[in-house]
Ligand binder design. Structure first.
Ligand code: GTR
Length: 437
């Protein structure tokens, strides 16, 4: 597989304009989408526990029959199937750098390169891990992908700039699809690292584009092509994994590393993601039960928001703008949501009985905050099988009033983003469930 920068200029220009076209398309759709609650439609949701004789009425029946059945439906119809470990072989972790006094002494920071020796055409992913220096430990650990790379998460000048392909973004100083020195720290407001350290948590991240660049052709230079025996064709077959599946795979590989660190609690891992990476975190949590807490931030359509509600982004828009995120079957449900055998309340239910938290923002109407809340509400039957309380209310709560026990939820003031307020709720939720202080 040729690295991107050696591809002919015409192809690079085409990829870039395809990408811009997708963004312009989404912006136009955002203006004309339905935001009127009286027009969302009232479509019954598929029953979480199944139907007829096969209704799961115990946690054992859920685990043996219904959960695997639902899981398979999500593979077949939404995200595609992730290859099994024997298809990717061993993962090699190499510590590239360790700094014992990062964040003014608050943290030990490691940079780790994860590669697949059996698939060298995949260039690997750089994990950045911050572990608190203070406190006894071992610490629970957040695992969250970034949009901009490790150097955008941290403001510290010794974190190397990512050299990988990046989505065009003038505000973040991306030039010709590459990060520049001025990109440093541009995502740091979403990563209050000092606050997380003071809160007694470690945090590990990677740049999602390390696994696969985020454009329809990106798979050719990422993990999916590297693992595919037959090359191009298999990637668009129904049921084959999409980019979200590949990015979620990356989160599980971070878990592989983190769970072996003596300063960290391998049994207290929290997977978290924002927006398209919130969809990714949910799919990672569904696949990998080592994630003891699963958190979706503003994940919207194709994530926590119910697809059957016509509010904000729709299946038709998302599958047109970002066909590469999902398995190809998902686009069959554009303007035809009711024939999809699953909806997002069942994605949330796949976490049961593990605690799951859904965060919305009031100005993020594109992500359908109410649809995100309702997915949490209608996941409850699966939690009931374990006697676990969920949201504890059927009413969409007011602003900045977190609710729920095993299914947590808040809608905060402000826009599509990750804020300190969100992090405070996530840490409180994780603390409550992990019983840490
Ligand atoms: C939007 C997309 C959303 C959401 C968002 C993001 O353009 O329509 O589904 O994923 O991007 O990831 O920032």
């Amino acid at each position: 597989m040729k690295p991107h920068r050696t591809r002919p200029l015409i192809l690079r220009v085409m990829t870039c304009s395809l990408f811009l076209a997708a963004d312009t398309f989404v912006e136009a759709q955002q203006k004309t989408a339905n935001y009127d609650e009286s027009k969302v439609g009232n479509h019954p949701l598929p029953p979480v526990l199944g139907e007829g004789n096969s209704i799961a009425n115990s946690s054992a029946a859920w685990e043996q029959n219904r959960r695997p059945e639902l899981f398979k439906l999500f593979e077949e119809h939404v995200y595609g199937q992730t290859p099994q470990p024997n298809q990717w072989g061993p993962v090699e972790f190499k510590i590239l750098a360790e700094k014992k006094d990062a964040l003014g002494g608050k943290a030990t920071r490691q940079l780790i390169l994860a590669t697949l020796p059996q698939h060298p055409s995949w260039k690997g992913m750089e994990i950045m891990l911050h572990i608190p220096n203070e406190g006894k430990g071992p610490f629970p650990c957040f695992i969250m992908p970034s949009f901009g790379g490790n150097h955008a998460v941290s403001t510290e000048p010794d974190v190397p700039l990512s050299t990988r392909w990046m989505r065009p973004n003038k505000e973040k100083n991306i030039v010709a699809n590459r990060a520049t020195e001025a990109t440093r720290g541009t995502e740091s407001s979403r990563w209050p690292l000092a606050m997380i350290m003071d809160g007694g948590f470690a945090v590990a991240t990677y740049y999602y584009g390390d696994v696969e660049p985020d454009h329809p052709d990106g798979w050719r230079e990422g993990l999916r092509a590297a693992l595919s025996k037959d090359g191009a064709d298999t990637n668009w077959q129904p049921g084959q994994w999409g980019a979200i599946g590949a990015w979620a795979w990356g989160l599980s590989r971070i878990a592989d590393y983190v769970e072996k660190q003596p300063r960290l609690r391998g049994d207290q891992l929290i997977v978290l993601g924002h927006s398209r990476l919130g969809k990714t975190a949910l799919w990672a949590g569904a696949q990998d039960k080592r994630f003891g807490v699963v958190i979706s931030n503003n994940s919207g359509e194709g994530g926590a928001a119910l697809m059957r509600r016509n509010f904000g982004e729709t299946t038709a828009v998302i599958t047109k703008a970002f066909p590469h995120w999902f398995t190809s079957t998902y686009s069959n449900y554009a303007n035809n949501e009711t024939s999809c055998p699953v909806d997002s309340h069942e994605l949330i239910a796949l976490m049961a009985p593990r605690p799951v938290y859904i965060a919305s923002a009031v100005e993020d109407t594109w992500a359908d905050p109410k649809g995100e809340f309702l997915a949490g509400l209608h996941a409850q039957p699966a939690y009931d099988l374990y006697g676990k309380k969920g949201l504890g209310t059927e009413t969409h709560p007011g602003l900045n009033q977190p609710v729920g026990e095993h299914i947590g939820y808040h809608i905060r003031s402000g826009k599509h983003d990750v804020t300190d307020y969100d992090w405070q709720q996530f840490m409180a939720f994780a603390r409550r469930h992990f019983k840490t202080n």
